[in-house]
Design a protein around this ligand. Structure first.
Ligand code: UDP
Ligand code: MG
Length: 314
């Protein structure tokens, strides 16, 4: 017998999405009559929007009692919004969708079909973009570089182009919630929990309304976050570099002593001194920086602060 995907929580993190909320809802509801057969709930998590996003969600609540709202006390970031949504979700299937319609609802119904066809054996069905169209060449290049670097040094393999948009069964959601790290890097958390997965490729769609909340610096620190959260390899690399340099400078020191003994000391060496000092100075600062990143995370985790504060829930 086919297991029916009869109940579904749709989590939608929103940050300044007033132009998109109505459109998102309409597209989702009118996309496919199947949704009306589902026991669904739509949880809008307002991540401290400064525009009228809240009002837009409240308008929807007047026409659809299945629309829920979680309002954060301020902006905590999409990771926190997703976590709050997952914790609040009550149905046996859960999906996370962006508000800007970059995660097409049609794909959601394909995911549900795959889930049913496999009798619920595939616990996570993940949207994966086919290409990086609509992204600048530099951003695409840096993204790919990040994935290559991460997969070379981290035990948790990441797949390029994978989105937060996915269908998850209850077991998966419960596992994700148990991951209690303060710095959340969902892409890796989703992989870390395991379970049977399937990737569903689709043509990437550009955002139509509003602007992406990602700046270059954001993406850069997100990349560092990803590597540091799931790998201690950078610390190991530091140690190896340290040993190598120690070895090289020992050989060099030995060579200096010997050559001074044989040829005397003609007091040159100013350039090499400066080069060495600046080289090691730079190296040490980089290494301290890397160690600092790890210490910062221990510090943040040690404070054990909540990921977000909910002002109210409706
Ligand atoms: N978002 C959020 N909090 C933030 C930034 C973004 O909840 O601090 C939401 C945003 O409203 C959207 C989703 O996360 O629904 C993805 O954001 P965005 O479109 O800016 O990212 P991109 O699609 O460029 O990766
Ligand atoms: Mg977007």
């Amino acid at each position: 017998m086919e297991s029916k995907a009869e109940s579904l929580s749709i989590i939608v993190p929103c940050y300044n999405e007033e132009e998109n909320i109505q459109k998102f809802y309409e597209t989702l509801i009118n996309q496919n009559d199947d949704i009306k057969k589902l026991d669904y709930e739509i949880i809008f998590v307002d991540d401290g929007s400064k525009d009228s996003s809240i009002l837009e969600v409240k308008k929807l609540q007047k026409i659809d009692s299945k629309v829920r709202l979680i309002k954060f006390s301020r902006n905590f970031g999409k990771e926190s919004a997703m976590l709050a949504g997952l914790k609040a979700s009550k149905k046996n299937l859960v999906t996370i969708m962006d508000c800007d319609l970059q995660d097409p609802p049609s794909l959601l119904f394909e995911m549900l079909k795959i889930y049913e066809e496999n009798n619920g054996k595939i616990k996570m069905i993940i949207a994966k973009r086919k290409n990086r169209a609509g992204e600048s060449k530099i951003r695409a290049y840096l993204s790919n570089l990040f994935y290559r670097l991460n997969n070379a040094i981290s035990k948790v393999r990441l797949v390029s182009g994978v989105r937060d948009f996915r269908l998850m069964s209850r077991e998966v959601v419960e596992s994700i919630i148990q991951m209690n790290e303060y710095h959340r890097f969902s892409k890796a958390i989703f992989e870390f929990v395991g379970y049977e997965k399937r990737y569903l490729e689709y043509e990437y769609i550009s955002r139509t309304q509003g602007v992406s909340k990602w700046s270059f610096m954001n993406l850069f620190s997100y990349g560092i976050e990803g590597i540091i959260s799931f790998s201690t390899a950078p610390l190991k690399i530091i140690t190896i570099i340290g040993f190598l340099i120690f070895l090289i400078s020992s050989i060099y020191g030995f060579y200096i002593i010997i050559s001074t003994l044989i040829f005397g000391n003609p007091v040159k060496g100013y350039p090499s001194t400066i080069v060495l000092i600046s080289f090691f100075g730079g190296l040490q600062i980089i290494m301290l920086g890397i160690i600092g990143e790890y210490i910062a995370r221990i510090y943040e985790q040690g404070k054990n602060r909540p990921h977000y504060f909910i002002e109210y829930e409706d």
